[in-house]
Design a protein around this ligand. Structure first.
Ligand SMILES: [Zn+2]
Ligand SMILES: [Zn+2]
Length: 487
């Protein structure tokens, strides 16, 4: 590789280009359009010759590997061809029924044969659950806020068997969800999605973020992931090096350098937006929220993924689920961590004029008329914000990509509340589980609970209108009970 090249494209994936929408270099990855240097890791590796922006570089190979990792997690135990050499590998009967024949039974379980390689496999979730009663009690106790120790005592099981049950339930939940997800993805004519992210364990400063995306109105969560892997180890250098794979792991001796003390009493929405821009600019990589942490403790096992690799992988997966010919609107919290990834992965949709992308801050009541909308340019990027305020509400929209930039429509409609509420409720429901002292640096035990929680939230939990998220989307006629979830 000669000096001045961008990191290599991998399997057609090249995520490095100017991310300024109005710039002539937007979306273009020819090296001559940029000044690229790799000698000084403290300085921008790439500067756009047109607009002067310096989007952080990524290693395409590492993004792809992170994408494959989270996809494999998501599909673990789902019925599909198991033959790694087969082109149907990893495609499940829920999403790709036409690739398989029903092929008799193995005991009570449905057997299938792959039309491509003729290998057979069973759907392990097609038989009845023999542990139903115990697992129903266990979930009931977990959702009522009992600690692991208390649940074990009440059910006369040991912690090892508690976690085995949780893993088993999580697999079953993923399988249930896959069917509902697919129903939605097939029948929707357009998508209006919101994304949000929070620290998975807000009190532990372990650097693990939880990203979630779903239907902006019903709150049906379609996809979530975290920037942590129990089975990987943190290989690579301390400094991020986009030219050498692997580079997606946070090094064990990483220390955030550019933390910013939080300011309190931000009374207006403009102050909130302005303060968030300061926090972003205080990072040494604007797309990495990790460097805003004032203290940091590495998880005791496994590897932490640099957050941008998780957000790029998040949108690779999310956008691959939603058919490219259906219009998609995506609402984001004000943060380049999600913005850059969504904008980059959304490039083909932006070019096809099929994506509306925006930041949303604050809230507006449906009953409140929009009288006056102020347009203000804010932040280093001079982002164009449309802000509405009255005595009761304040809301800002920053339209990032798309063809319908008229702010009034979006000020009424766009929201990330359904997604942020989903995450807040998790922290309320599982507060003691999340904050158990011995779990602070062991986030792995929470991962199956996230799958279970997503299933419960989408299929069982009734919102204020009495409907579950799945009902609101027309995917179910009635709420599903915990018992049905487990059978
Ligand atoms: Zn540019
Ligand atoms: Zn096969």
């Amino acid at each position: 590789m000669s000096a001045g090249d961008l990191p290599q494209a991998v399997e057609g994936l090249q995520l490095n280009f100017c991310k300024t929408l109005a710039c002539d270099n937007f979306g273009l990855s020819d090296a001559h359009r940029y000044i690229v240097q790799q000698t000084n890791p403290k300085r921008p590796a790439m500067v756009c010759r047109e607009c002067g922006a310096f989007p952080p570089l990524l290693n395409n190979q590492d993004v792809l590997e992170e994408f494959q990792r989270i996809k494999a997690d998501q599909n673990a135990d789902l019925p599909g061809c198991r033959n790694k050499a087969c082109e149907n590998f990893g495609l499940t009967i829920h999403t790709h029924k036409h690739l398989y024949h029903a092929f008799g039974y193995s005991g009570e379980r449905q057997r299938y044969r792959c039309k491509c390689c003729q290998s057979t496999f069973v759907d392990k979730w097609s038989s009845s659950n023999r542990k139903l009663a115990l697992q129903e009690s266990l979930l009931g106790l977990l959702f009522t806020g009992y600690s692991v120790r208390e649940i074990c005592r009440k059910l006369h099981i040991n912690p090892k068997s508690f976690y085995d049950h949780i893993e088993h339930i999580a697999s079953r939940c993923r399988s249930k969800l896959a069917m509902f997800d697919q129903r939605w993805l097939n029948h929707a004519s357009k998508f209006e999605l919101g994304s949000f992210f929070v620290p998975l364990q807000p009190k532990s400063n372990n650097g693990v973020y939880w990203l979630a995306s779903g239907d902006a109105h019903s709150g049906y969560i379609l996809f979530q992931n975290v920037n942590y892997s129990l089975t990987d180890s943190p290989e690579g250098e301390l400094e991020h090096n986009p030219f050498r794979s692997p580079t997606r792991y946070v090094a064990l001796n990483y220390q955030p350098e550019s933390s910013m003390p939080e300011r309190s009493n931000l009374s207006t929405i403009r102050e909130q937006i302005d303060n968030q821009y300061r926090a972003i600019l205080a990072r040494n990589n604007v797309e990495d929220p990790l460097s805003n942490l004032t203290s940091f403790h590495y998880p005791s096992k496994g590897a932490l993924i640099r957050p941008p690799y998780a957000s790029y992988a998040h949108y690779l997966q999310l956008f691959s689920l939603c058919s490219e010919d259906k219009p998609l609107a995506l609402y984001l919290p004000q943060d380049p961590f999600l913005r850059s990834a969504a904008l980059t992965i959304g490039l083909p949709r932006i070019q096809a004029k099929n994506l509306d992308l925006m930041y949303v801050v604050g809230q507006w009541g449906n009953e409140s008329p929009l009288e006056k909308v102020d347009i203000i340019h804010m932040g280093w990027w001079r982002d164009r914000w449309a802000i509405a305020e009255n005595h009761q509400y304040a809301k800002g929209i920053c339209y990032l990509a798309g063809e319908q930039s008229s702010p009034k429509l979006w000020l009424q409609n766009a929201s990330t509340d359904a997604i942020s509420t989903y995450q807040e409720r998790f922290h309320l429901l599982f507060e003691s589980f999340v904050n158990e002292p011995r779990r602070k640096l062991r986030p792995a035990g929470l991962l199956p609970v996230l799958d279970i929680y997503r299933a419960w939230h989408n299929l069982c939990y009734q919102k204020r209108d009495g409907l579950t998220a799945a009902q609101s989307l027309g995917l179910a006629n009635a709420p599903i009970s915990l018992k049905q979830l487990l059978s």
